[in-house]
Each structure stands twice: as structure tokens, then as C-alpha cells.
Design a protein. Sequence first.
Length: 209
Amino acid sequence: MGARFISETRRYGPEAAGLAMLFLVVACGWLQGRGVFEAVDHALMQATGDARSGGGSLLTPFAIALSRVADVSGRLLMLGVLALAMMWRGLGRQWLWLAAVSLIAMLLNTALKHLFAAARPEILAHLDPTMTYSFPSGHASGNAVFLGALAMLWPSRAGSAVALALIGMIGISRVWLGVHWPSDVVCGWIEGAAILLLARRWQPARSPA
């Protein structure tokens, strides 16, 4: 009985961790609304403003381009391109899994944004137009899921390193552009990681293609 319980715990370990991380995102949204992260968020945003005005403005065009490519429409476009390539190579099940987890991430993020209805930061001028709520960052969560899922489908050290670097840069770009608090981005990353942990259970078998 004890051995069976341990086996079941290990079997459902990633899903349990994913659910715990989603609970953490909700808890952080509640804490953010009560100002718990305010001091750290304001200090980091102020430091970002100092960097922007102190010669870091050269990074702004890169941050804008990165955010535009990595927004919802950009991810949907990439999913469309990948559909053609992956279907042609007989990876239809893998593409459906990628598309499903990406769309679930978008829907969950929208639900969380409306749940907390957090205003965008007003410390820095917004360098990218925004029309939605702030918490959690959709760029951070959506790209963590999309790029993380690609790394899961074709696992390699190089691929994982590239995915992590892009996920990090996309999230940081949102703070640089003044449209997200750092806590929005960190919680977006946690949200994305949670979705990937839950989605592992339905990931198609790796294909030799």
C-alpha cells in the first residue's frame, strides 16, 4: 500500500506541482493588489527608467520589436506556419498539443487578468500600446508556454537554452517598455511553467522526425 502511494505520488508529481504553481499565481495576484510587492516593483521600475534615460534607449527598438513579434498575433502566426511544416512531416498530433496548450495559456491569462483587473504601471512612459489589464503578463506566460512546449517537443540543451533566453528577454522587455510591473512578469513565468507541467501528461510521444 505504501509503495503504491509513493508510485502514485511520483506519477502525478508534475501535475501536483503545476496546480500548486497556479495557486501561487492567484495568491500573488491577491498580494499584489494589497501592495505587498509595491516597494520592490517601484524600485525596479525606477531603475529601469534610469537605465532607459542613461543611454539604454538603444535597447528600446529591440524591446519593441521583440514584444511585437511575441504578442498574441505573433504567436498565432507562428502556430500557423508550424502547422504547415509539422503536418507535412507527419507531426499532426504534436502540433495539436502545441496549439492546445498555447490557446489554453491565452485563455487562462485572459481570465486571470479580468479576475484581478490590475492597472498598468504609470511610473514610466508606455512605449508599447496596451489595452488589457496588467496582472499577470500575457507576454511572459504565453511565450513561456509556446517556447517551452517547443523545447519539450524537441528536447536538447541548446534548444532549452535558447528558449529560456528568449522567454527571459521577452518578459524583461515588457518592464523595459513600462507596461508591466516586474511582479506581473515573474508571475506570468510561473503561470507558464504551471501550464507546461500540467500539459506534460498529454504530450504526444516524441517522434523520430
